[in-house]
Structure formats: structure tokens, C-alpha cells
Design a protein around this ligand. Structure first.
Ligand code: FAD
Ligand code: SF4
Length: 338
């Protein structure tokens, strides 16, 4: 038994103060990831600062026509929120593709953003892992890496970010709202999660003393042409092998704006500006989508057991873009676009 302290914060200011005063403490929200990691001896916080009762559980419209979502909004509540279902359906679909109903009832927006990789070696404290123990080595490079990354990897880590929600947030270009001893901060979604480089222990750009207070979704949620396609070993309760979130604007059969992000392939939700730009002005056909898929995966590299992900991601991108163009998200059929 490893002892730790526990304190419940009653206000955001108190949470920030407690964290700054206790190096090695961690915030506790739904606990669905952090408590598992503590039980497995992967995380050893000296103290838990329980933020689960902070008044950050609201979903509010912003004056600019977007949506502000508190960090403590549960994944289930967000997925079934009527405005999210109507105006940001790709986010609703991505949330419902994650975990199980019971877990979604507990999991918070903040915890989902900050959940840690599911790389098997990260969880196995008997094996070297640079993310868990910097400088110890990466067991996945030459090990069982079927679930690991094919894009943006480094010699130090090939882990993937496991969230479904975050893949949709990448397409929606959400903003992360954070606060800490130095005041409030807004972080663009693309700048929040990191690639591993030579510091894989650092998953994101949040400072150790900062609390995520919420996210902001801008106006424009691709409500007509979107999809969240998740390919996994089981139809539920499994992390993505590859997932694709898409948002398209179509103008008379041609693509206006195109955004797509991949999950399950990199240390962060993966977007490729060149592949998206290549779709702009093109007809919404399989040929255009195949070209974009090839561009997005031009630097993909497998590590043995996960080589299959490159072809899988290629097919998944084409299928997801086709679904979104047809306006039939997550359709089982793959009819040609008229
Ligand atoms: C069996 C299983 C299957 C799963 N399958 C999926 C899946 O398919 N897809 C998917 O996306 N997810 C999946 N998950 C992960 C799940 O979505 C996460 O565990 C959950 O979102 C974490 O939220 P939480 O509120 O419980 O976070 P916690 O466990 O409380 O915290 C997670 C981390 O976030 C930090 N944190 C929490 N809130 C804040 C905040 N406001 N500011 C700063 N730091 C904060 C904590 O300190 C901790 O480091 C699965 C989990 C399990 C156990
Ligand atoms: S891929 Fe990353 S998380 Fe997995 S063993 Fe290597 S360093 Fe650890």
C-alpha cells in the first residue's frame, strides 16, 4: 500500500492553490484512468486533489455562437446534450464510440483530454518505458506494438493517444481553457497534445500547476457532412486501431472546406494540412479521397506488428470521407457517391 493524501477542492481557486502547494499531487476527476494507474503502480501521486465537485459542469452557448463546455461535464451528458447532438454531431458520435456506458457516466471532459496512453508496456512496471520512467528505454519498439503509432513517432516512444473525443475536437478546432497560478490561458487544440520527441513523459503542453476548466467549440460543427468512424477489435468497449473524424462543407458536389483527423495512429490526434488542402475544390469522389489518404499517410511507418495500420488507415480515411460526403455517418454500406 502506497500512502497518499486526499483533499477535496470547493472552488477553482482552492484547487489551483492546493496543487501549487503540493508538488507531486494530481487532480482527480472521474478517476476512471488515474485510479487504475495508481492501482497498477504506474502513477504514484503524493496527494489527490478531488476536483469532481467543482462548478465546472455546465454547457453554455458563447456570444460568438459557439459552445463552452466545463471540464467536469461527463462524457454521457456531453454526448446527449441537444445542442451537441444537433450542431456538433461528430463530437457526440466520437464520445459514444468510447469506452462503455458506465465509464462514460463517470469520465469527464478534462480527464478524457488528459487520459494517458494504453501502451501495454506503460502499464507493465516490470518493463522499460520512457514515458513511465524517462531514460529506461522503449519496450514497444521491438515488442508487441500492434496498437502503437505509425505517424509522428520518435526513437524514444511510439505510443498513441487513446481518446475518441479528442479526435473530434481536433476536427472542430476546439480551444482548451486552463487556469493556474499565473492566470487563465487559452490553448489551441492543435497545440495541446504533443508528439513524443525525446520527452515522451510529457503528453501535453499543460503546465504541472494548471487546471483545465473547460473547452470552447467555435461556431460551425459540420452538422450536415460529418462522421466518426472507429475501427477496433470489438464493436464496443475497445480502443481504436484507427479512427477518423471528418467535417466537410460541400458546394454542388465539390468540396469546399475539408477537415479530417486520425485517432489510434499517433501520440496526438493527427491532422495533415496538406491532405486537407488537396481536397479543397475537388469533386467528392473516391479518387479525391484516395489521394488525400495517400498524402496523409506519406510518412507513415510501421514497427512490425502494427504494419497493417497503414493500409487500414488508408481505407478508413476513404470510407470516412465517403460517409461524410453522402451525409450517412457510420453507414455500414459503402455505396459510391452519386
Ligand atoms: C476499460 C476502459 C475502456 C476505455 N475505453 C475508451 C475508449 O474506447 N475511448 C476513449 O476515448 N476512452 C476510453 N477510456 C478512457 C476514458 O475515456 C478515460 O478514463 C476518461 O475519459 C478519463 O476521465 P476521468 O474524468 O475519469 O479522468 P481521471 O481518471 O480522474 O483523470 C485522468 C487524468 O486527467 C487529470 N485531470 C482530470 N481532470 C483534470 C482537469 N480538469 N485539469 C487538469 N487535469 C485533470 C488527472 O490528474 C489524471 O491525470 C476507457 C477507460 C477504461 C477504464
Ligand atoms: S511506446 Fe512509449 S509508452 Fe510504450 S513502451 Fe515505448 S516509451 Fe513506453
Amino acid at each position: 500500500m502506497i500512502n497518499f493524501q486526499y483533499a477535496r477542492a470547493d472552488s477553482v481557486a482552492e484547487a489551483v492553490r492546493l496543487k501549487a502547494a503540493t508538488p507531486g499531487a494530481k487532480f482527480l476527476a472521474g478517476g476512471t484512468n488515474l485510479v487504475d494507474l495508481m492501482k497498477m503502480d504506474v502513477e504514484r501521486p503524493v496527494a489527490l486533489i478531488d476536483v469532481s465537485r467543482l462548478p465546472l459542469d455546465r454547457v453554455e452557448e458563447t456570444p460568438a455562437g459557439g459552445l463552452r463546455v466545463g471540464a467536469l461535464v461527463r462524457n454521457t451528458d456531453l454526448a446527449y446534450h441537444p445542442v451537441v447532438e444537433r450542431r456538433y454531431p461528430v463530437l457526440s458520435r466520437a464520445l459514444l464510440a468510447g469506452a462503455s456506458q458506465q465509464l462514460r457516466n463517470m469520465a469527464s471532459v478534462g480527464g478524457n483530454l488528459l487520459q494517458r496512453t494504453r501502451c501495454a508496456y506503460f502499464y507493465d512496471v516490470a518493463t522499460p518505458c520512457n514515458k513511465r520512467e524517462p531514460g529506461s528505454g522503449c519496450s514497444a519498439l521491438a515488442g508487441l506494438n500492434r496498437m502503437n503509432a505509425i505517424l509522428g513517432t520518435s526513437d524514444d516512444c511510439i505510443a498513441v493517444h487513446p481518446s475518441d473525443m479528442c479526435v473530434a475536437l481536433a476536427v472542430l478546432e476546439a480551444k482548451i481553457l486552463a487556469t493556474g497560478p499565473r492566470g487563465d490561458r487559452i490553448i489551441a487544440f492543435a497545440d495541446f497534445h504533443r508528439l513524443p520527441g525525446d520527452r515522451p513523459q510529457q503528453d501535453n503542453t499543460l503546465e504541472a500547476d494548471e487546471l483545465v476548466t473547460g473547452i470552447e467549440l467555435p461556431l460551425g460543427g459540420f452538422e450536415k457532412h460529418y462522421t466518426y468512424l472507429k475501427i477496433r477489435d470489438r464493436l464496443s468497449y475497445a480502443f481504436a486501431l484507427v479512427s477518423v473524424a471528418v467535417g466537410l462543407e460541400l458546394e454542388g458536389g465539390r468540396i469546399g472546406q475539408a477537415r479530417f483527423a486520425l485517432g489510434g495512429v499517433a501520440h496526438k490526434p493527427w491532422r495533415d494540412a496538406g491532405a486537407e488542402a488537396a481536397l479543397s475544390g475537388q469533386p467528392a469522389t473516391e479518387a479525391s479521397f484516395a489521394e488525400a489518404a495517400a498524402l496523409a499517410l506519406r510518412d507513415a511507418k510501421g514497427f512490425g506488428h502494427n504494419n497493417f495500420k497503414i493500409g487500414l488507415a488508408h481505407r478508413a480515411i476513404i470510407r470516412a470521407l465517403s460517409q461524410a460526403a453522402r451525409g450517412t455517418p457510420q453507414s455500414q454500406s459503402d455505396k459510391k457517391i452519386a
